[in-house]
Design a protein around this ligand. Structure first.
Ligand SMILES: Cc1cc2nc3c(=O)[nH]c(=O)nc-3n(C[C@H](O)[C@H](O)[C@H](O)COP(=O)(O)OP(=O)(O)OC[C@H]3O[C@@H](n4cnc5c(N)ncnc54)[C@H](O)[C@@H]3O)c2cc1C
Length: 145
């Protein structure tokens, strides 16, 4: 398909996982979107000893690089447990959902979920920073934003 001429193109569809070859593990390995079906331990469903993390998994969350240190922190001890013949006990409970979009030099918008709000509320320094940002925003726009 030819793209029309434009000054800026913002791609808003998600990438498609290149997972067709993984189906050789078994028909049930992928879901209907081509994502790998994983347990909360990141072990592939019905495939003991096979682990997957990152965009490729069917975790119900935004696909973001910032999630993957948390995936690793769960998968790594489970892999060690598997190798030592112990049960896999560490479950993934999800990560904060945060999206930051800079607009120009000094502006931007942010989306965050309630887990981020709770994290900020539990931390005095962060709470102060957020209040300060809110005050500055009000000052710039002349009303409570
Ligand atoms: C435009 C864009 C902007 C983004 N911005 C952000 C952001 O600001 N913050 C954020 O947290 N996340 C962002 N992300 C998401 C982030 O890039 C991904 O979540 C992250 O890269 C996923 O890491 P991954 O290792 O799981 O997969 P990938 O980074 O996709 O790595 C998969 C690798 O596997 C390789 N591969 C594929 N098929 C095969 C095969 N058959 N054999 C061997 N190798 C293969 C690929 O070439 C690739 O190198 C953005 C993504 C895009 C597309």
């Amino acid at each position: 398909m030819a793209l029309p001429t434009a000054n800026l193109i913002v791609v808003t569809f998600g990438p498609r996982p290149n997972t067709a070859w993984i189906a050789s593990l078994g028909a049930d390995v992928l879901d209907e979107r081509g994502l790998m079906r994983v347990e909360p331990t990141f072990e592939v469903v019905d495939h003991p000893g096979v682990f997957a993390i990152g965009d490729i998994t069917d975790c119900n969350e935004q696909k973001q690089a910032q999630k993957y240190p948390v995936h690793v922190a769960v998968a790594a001890p489970n892999i060690v447990s598997y190798l030592e013949g112990r049960p896999l006990t560490k479950p993934y409970k999800g990560s904060m959902e945060i999206i930051l979009i800079p607009i120009g030099k000094n502006r931007g918008v942010a989306y965050y979920d309630e887990s981020f709000t709770a994290f900020v509320a539990s931390n005095d320094s962060l709470r102060g920073l957020l209040c300060d940002m809110r005050t500055r925003t009000s000052r710039i726009y002349g009303k409570d934003q």
